[in-house]
Design a protein around this ligand. Structure first.
Ligand code: ZN
Ligand code: ZN
Length: 343
């Protein structure tokens, strides 16, 4: 537990998986005790959250409201139990509420599986599906989302404002990492709660896999653009340490996607046609490992990333998508436009 500002506390909640922990934040003032993100609904994380609250002299029952940055299980898994067992209301953007409900109904898995079977060569399908099942294993939770009567009492406005004592938090819809991702900003303090949109170490995952559609990378870049306009002095991310230079981190993230777009465009120009072929030509993770060196979960994530970047290149008229019964094919058109607005 760490006090990062007056009435603002960072709770570090450990969790399984490579990230190791998730940051939840407690905002306190004027009789309100607001928890931003809860950690996943697994025993080790639940205990960690309660331990962090205890270190603050707080009990779970004292929380007046939970606010969720986005519908990934590491950020909102425990919200359902808190609502079910203690009646604590929570708010999540309706798009992510829907996304999460579809995940629990198994729809996302089915759609992703259909996508894998279309886009991946037969001999590699079982390996990539293992990655999909691995992901689903991580999100496995005991309480189904639908049983929680997802509250939608807060209208979808930009930005929604809520007060915690003197603090005036603005909630900005910042899609890209997930459809209903939100960031919270307090203008008087210059503090930004960035969720998983901007992380200090990792590059937030942007993916497309048949369970979602559109151009999530364009959404992500537009969300970065929105954050850039906020004069944040301190960024409190969903994972990792708080940091100060938001502008510099945004430049790094944008440069990362710019480089990846160029590499992918180059791969298609050199003859890679499908998502799987493109993913095999790219070096992944900060260690720049080959696709074949990744474990199944990361291979699945890499395919989603490749698909999102390909789709963005189609939207920028750099590539053409050729419809087919089999794997999606892409044809190189031009590299002009890849440096366009928003990048
Ligand atoms: Zn996330
Ligand atoms: Zn996360």
């Amino acid at each position: 537990m760490e006090e990062v500002g007056e009435g603002i506390f960072r709770l570090q909640v450990e969790m399984p998986g490579p990230l190791g922990s998730v940051n939840c934040f407690l905002l306190e003032g004027g009789g309100e005790v607001v928890l931003v993100d809860t950690g996943p609904d697994v025993a080790v994380s639940r205990q960690a959250l309660l331990r962090e609250l205890r270190a603050l002299g707080k009990r779970l029952e004292e929380i007046t409201r939970i606010l969720i940055t986005h519908g990934h299980p590491d950020h909102c898994g425990f919200a359902k139990r808190a609502r079910q067992d203690h009646g604590i209301p929570f708010w999540i953007h309706p798009l992510d509420a829907e996304y999460y409900a579809r995940m629990h109904r198994g729809e996302l898995t089915l759609q992703a599986q259909t996508w894998i079977r279309r886009e991946v060569p037969e001999e590699a399908v079982s390996q990539i599906e293992m990655g999909l099942w691995g992901m689903m294993g991580i999100v496995q939770e005991e309480i189904p989302w639908d049983s929680c009567d997802i509250p939608r009492e807060v209208p979808d406005q930009k930005p929604m404002v809520f007060h915690v004592g003197e603090m005036e938090w603005r909630v900005f819809h910042t899609p890209g990492h997930s459809p209903g991702h939100v960031c919270l900003y307090e203008p008087h303090l210059g503090i930004l709660l960035s969720g998983d949109l901007v992380l200090p170490q990792e590059t937030p995952h942007i993916g497309l896999d048949g369970s979602n559609s559109g151009d999530p990378l364009a959404n992500y870049l537009a969300s970065l653009h929105l954050l850039e306009s906020l004069p944040a002095r301190l960024v409190l991310p969903g994972h990792g340490e708080p940091f100060h230079d938001l502008g510099e981190r945004i430049l790094e993230l944008r440069a990362h996607h710019q480089e990846r777009l160029h590499l992918i465009l180059e791969a298609v120009r050199e003859g890679a046609q499908g998502i799987y072929e493109v993913a095999q030509r790219i070096r992944w993770t900060p260690k720049k490992v080959s696709f074949g060196e990744l474990d199944p979960i990361n291979q699945f994530l890499a395919l989603q990333e490749a698909a999102a970047h390909l789709e963005h290149l189609v939207a920028r008229n750099c590539l053409q998508r050729i419809p087919s019964e089999g794997p999606t094919r892409f044809v190189f058109l031009t590299e002009e436009g890849v440096l366009g607005k928003g990048l």
